[in-house]
Design a protein around this ligand. Structure first.
Ligand code: ZN
Length: 208
């Protein structure tokens, strides 16, 4: 019986459905990857995680570990590889788990999906999930890594300024106007709205 940390496969699949929106194959495999990493790590210590892809895998980390994007214990370095590293945040000693292409041959449905060898319409989702359940961490390999602890430099929190363009607070160190108002950062206009002008019918000063 394949287990994922303290969850049965079906329990974990249900959590993935609720968190991720569907029982996406990548998030399910990610559960086995984290389980494998934790089995190789000492039980004591505080661990951070690096995901080498932004797709699916970060959600497995956020479901199963205390590491999230928001608390920054999970970092994404998008190398486009299906791999994650769990490491001791004091020493940098860690383990890297990756989907090993050389181990996919016994699992044709996983291989077709992972390597995008067959069109999505031809994919049998149930068969794929069943193979993932049976394969567990057998499609993964592990290696020890030493993580460079200065790699993710902490941004010092400095003084806050109010941007003269959008009138929102931002880090003063970023310049005379906020990075959004400098342009090119957001897929929508940033500032220069006249926030003092509200339609007469609007009762709230927070009127959009
Ligand atoms: Zn601004």
């Amino acid at each position: 019986m394949q287990e994922i940390l303290s969850h049965t496969f079906d329990e974990y699949a249900a959590i993935v459905r609720s968190f991720h929106g569907s029982a996406a194959p990548g998030v399910i495999i990610g559960g086995f990857m984290i389980d494998l990493a934790y089995r190789r790590l000492p039980s004591e210590g505080l661990f951070d995680v690096i995901c080498e892809t932004a797709k699916c895998l970060p959600d497995a980390v956020q479901i199963l570990t205390p590491c999230s994007i928001g608390n920054r214990w999970l970092r994404i370095v998008d190398a486009g590889r299906y791999a994650l590293t769990v490491y001791n945040k004091k020493t940098g000693a860690g383990v890297r788990v990756y989907v090993d292409c050389a181990k996919l041959d016994p699992w044709p449905d996983i291989k077709n999906w992972f390597m995008k060898l067959a069109p999505k319409e031809a994919q049998d989702d149930e068969l794929l999930l069943d193979q993932i359940r049976k394969a567990g961490a057998d499609i993964c390999s592990v290696e020890e890594v030493q993580v460079s602890l200065n790699f993710f430099k902490k941004k010092k929190s400095g003084p806050i300024a109010v941007c003269p363009s959008c009138r929102e607070a931002y880090n003063a160190a970023d310049g005379a106007v906020c990075p959004a108002c400098k342009g090119g950062l957001l897929p929508y206009p940033s500032g220069n709205r006249d926030r003092t002008a509200h339609p007469a019918s609007c009762p709230s000063s927070e009127c959009p």
